[in-house]
Design a binder for this molecule. Structure first.
Ligand SMILES: Nc1ncnc2c1ncn2[C@@H]1O[C@H](COP(=O)(O)OP(=O)(O)OP(=O)(O)O)[C@@H](O)[C@H]1O
Ligand SMILES: [Mg+2]
Length: 310
């Protein structure tokens, strides 16, 4: 793999606000054509990290490159080749679909603007709605337009910050199909999300809490790395058992999973001791899900760094 195929390569990114560290020594490496998922609870530092990666925000410490450019000194060059979809989509409500695209095309100095806009409208299925105001669009259509706007200058890297928040399941699915098509054609995508089904659609993941990267790798690697022993519980009295199990020693997480309860423990002995008072419940060992792992990581993070954090 040549250096040109490493699209994001940063080390030790750190940022504080008002004396509080919100991104703490984050390393990240993303190769060309990969879809890299960025997960973590609200306020964990995802947006701040994304802004540092593309040169919009200068880190207090840390260094690295994005698309081969230095994130500290070559921000202007990075921005030309990055499509950044912000959490609020960043569209102009009182402009039409076509006018929004025209605006972004002008900002980026796109050559043969007219053709490029027409092609984009066609490709994204927005041609028949070109004169509709952005404000009148549903969540799914707004998202489609926002994606079109950040693709208009033919970037090499897409930074998508919670692109599917407030979008219904079928639009989310269509969106992800499109992201995979783009990646197959060589686009690199960094996407933050709170949805597990979306995390599972990424080639690689990173999980951040309290500004610290706690896990990274493929879905299988992240699950294996957590070393959770997990059981699925069913039977009468499940709801009453949950808080008692949660408080038992050696129990990592207790989470409802449909009509069952997923319980993760440090050891078989700890699990058996915690379950002993509940003879109406049936326990079946089950592979840990990504959600089990993220819940466990978040709880460990609360125990380790949470005290004193805002
Ligand atoms: N400009 C700022 N000034 C002060 N504090 C900030 C600023 N930007 C972010 N923060 C704080 O930094 C922390 C990390 O915020 P950030 O927006 O990066 O989190 P996030 O992971 O993107 O959260 P969410 O999932 O809610 O979008 C939060 O506590 C936030 O309040
Ligand atoms: Mg955010």
């Amino acid at each position: 793999m040549s250096a040109a195929d490493v699209i994001i390569d940063v080390r030790g990114l750190t940022k504080s606000y008002d004396g509080r560290v919100v991104v703490d020594q984050v390393d990240m490496r993303v190769e060309r054509g990969r879809i890299y998922g960025f997960l973590g609870p609200n306020g964990s530092g995802k947006t701040t990290t994304i802004r540092m990666l593309c040169g919009l925000l200068t880190p207090d410490q840390g260094e690295g490159s994005c698309l081969g450019y230095d994130i500290r000194t070559q921000a202007r060059l990075i921005k030309r080749e990055v499509g950044y979809m912000t959490q609020k989509f960043g569209l102009y409500d009182d402009l039409s679909i076509e006018e929004n695209l025209d605006f972004f095309a002008r900002v980026y100095g796109v050559p043969q603007r007219r053709q490029r806009i027409d092609g984009t409208l066609e490709r994204l299925g927005l041609a028949s709605r070109r004169r509709q105001l952005a404000s009148s669009l549903s969540g799914g259509w707004k998202q489609r337009l926002a994606l079109a706007a950040c693709l208009i200058h033919d970037p090499q890297l897409l930074l998508l910050d919670e692109p599917t928040a407030g979008v219904d399941p079928s639009a989310r699915r269509a969106f992800w199909d499109q992201i995979h098509e783009l990646a197959d054609a060589g686009m690199t995508v960094l996407v933050s999300t709170h949805y597990m089904d979306e995390a599972e659609r990424c080639h690689e993941l990173a999980y951040i809490a309290y500004g610290k990267l706690l896990a990274r790798g493929t879905v299988d690697e992240v699950i294996a790395g957590a070393r959770l022993l997990t059981w699925s519980l069913t039977g009468p009295g499940l709801a009453a058992a949950a808080p008692v199990l949660r408080a038992a020693s050696g129990i990592r997480t207790v989470a409802p999973f449909g009509a069952t309860l997923h319980v993760a423990a440090d050891s078989v002995e700890a699990f058996e001791a915690a379950l002993a008072p509940f003879n109406t419940l049936k326990a079946v060992p089950t592979p840990a899900s990504l959600e089990d792992v993220f819940i466990a990581l978040m709880q460990d993070a609360q125990d380790n760094f949470g005290a004193g954090a805002a």
